[in-house]
Each structure stands twice: as structure tokens, then as C-alpha cells.
Write a protein that binds this ligand. Sequence first.
Ligand code: CA
Length: 228
Amino acid sequence: MSATILVVEDEPAIQSLIEVNLHRAGHSVILAADAESARRAVQQSLPDLVLLDWMLPGMSGIDFARQLRGDARTRRLPIIMLTARAEERDKIEGLDIGADDYVTKPFSPRELMARIKAVLRRNAPQATDDLVELGGLSLDPATHRVTAGGTEINLGPTEFRLLHFLMAHPERVHGRSQLLDQVWGDHVFVEERTVDVHIRRLRAALETTGHDSLIQTVRGSGYRISAQ
Ligand code: CA
């Protein structure tokens, strides 16, 4: 599993403990010590998950989480709150604003990694190594292979990530800027027609086994993968 995880934590010792363990688990890590730098990091590229400390200098973690939930672009970004506060009402407030999970300090790194894995499985399946299947296509992130009825389909790295994201979120329409965010990790400096170019390449690759029709263009909105 290799996800990009934004860690918002102001205590250097905890920051590096988390960083070491995330790297060991195969994830990429972006570090921020306060909400303001976290906000800038998110603006640049969307992480797959945010580990967010409650008590931060300046804006609190809970207010930052609220901000993320209030913005269409980050509304569904998985958030795990980290906190030294173990009181029940804090936990309720944390889950109330839409945090996906809540971990109390001190935590065992193993438990934290397990929680991260569970939240990613639920909310960011494209960041996991789980095999995905749809309409006769099978994509295995662990071996980087796509097959259709035993025939291997060769894809470039971008087409592979694009297909993985679409297959992990079937039937939903994804706008170009959303795909840039999720697949390229950049919605500012990459042009939207780049998406069209790679969709075209993906369809061409899938044509050999007749699976190109799974990828549908939704006029004025974007693209979707559908087995129907
Ligand atoms: Ca703190």
C-alpha cells in the first residue's frame, strides 16, 4: 500500500515517530506543523489522507478539519484526528465534524498504522493494494498488472493510475479537475485537456480486448467507468 499522507503535528518527536512508521509502511509523507502550512500543502496537491493533531499553534486541528469539510474539493478527504484529550465529548466533537477516525495519544504506532489502513480501505481504495475488478477487467496494484479474461493489457503509468482510480470509484462521474487532483496530484499546473489525452490512450489500450466502452464520457461533466 502506498498512499500520500499529510501529517499535521507540531511536536517534533511525535512527528518523526509517525513519519518513520509511515515510511516503513510504504507511504509518502508530507509534514506540516500548523494548519496554515497544511492548507498550503493541500492547495498544491491532495493527499490520500490527513493525520491531524487537535492541539496546534494558531488554528486548532478541529477548526482546520471543519474547513476541509466545508470545501467541495476536500469534503471527502479522509481525516484521522490525533489528540491527547481522551474525554468523551471531545471524541464526539471530533467525529461530529466528520473525522473518519480518532486516535488518542499516546498511541502505539502499530495501532495507528492499522487505523490508517482501515480508513484508506473505506475511503481511498485507489491508495490500497487491493485487487479491483469491473466488467471483466482486473487490476492488481501489487503487481501493476491489468488483465481481461487472461489477456494482459499494457498501460503506461499514468493510464494505470487513471484506470485504478476510476475502477476504485465506479459509476461516479469525475470532473477533469478532480481527476487531476486524484490521479496527477496537481490541479493547478497541469492543463485539463491532459486528462482527455490520457483517457484517449487508456481507451486505445482497452480496445484490444473490447473494454474501451467501459469508460464513458459524460458531456459537460467528465468521465466515469461503468460496467452497465
Ligand atoms: Ca499538538
